[in-house]
Design a protein around this ligand. Structure first.
Ligand SMILES: [Ca+2]
Ligand SMILES: [Ca+2]
Ligand SMILES: [Ca+2]
Length: 135
């Protein structure tokens, strides 16, 4: 009985902490932009996207050999996408090869070609494919 009530107190506390975060800009879409928007202009440009992708690359490269293999990519690219992104066909991606895929996906998610992705573009199908390479 004690255990249960203590746990419910903790849960209540957790709920309150979440609720007390100011609901700035509101939507989860805007939050996705904010996560990588280092200059805080409300949109993501290619430099911001590449910075996020490069950070993730470093994090994913668990054996620190400077490349990502299939296991390290952990499903972020399909076998077909990996083959297409890997011009020397050694089964791994260097950071430049990875960033080339990121740039392709950035362009695919940016149909108005204004150089930036807004929350709506980021939440499109192409935008979500890009996000998989950023986080
Ligand atoms: Ca920005
Ligand atoms: Ca590696
Ligand atoms: Ca755009």
């Amino acid at each position: 009985m004690m255990m249960i009530s203590r746990r419910s107190v903790l849960l209540t506390f957790a709920t309150l902490s979440v609720a007390s975060v100011p609901a700035q800009a509101g939507s989860p879409r805007a939050d996705l932009v904010k996560m990588f928007d280092t200059d805080n202009d409300g949109t993501l440009d290619l430099a911001e996207v590449k910075k996020a992708a490069s950070d993730l690359f470093t994090k994913l490269d668990r054996d620190h050999d400077g490349t990502l293999d299939k296991r390290e990519l952990a499903g972020r690219l399909s076998a077909k996408e990996l083959a297409a992104a890997d011009p020397d066909h050694d089964g791994t991606l260097t950071e430049n090869e990875y960033l080339a895929v990121v740039e392709q996906r950035f362009n695919a998610a940016n149909p108005d070609k204004d150089g930036t992705l807004d929350a709506k573009e980021l939440n499109s199908r192409a935008g979500r494919a890009l996000l998989r390479l950023l986080k």
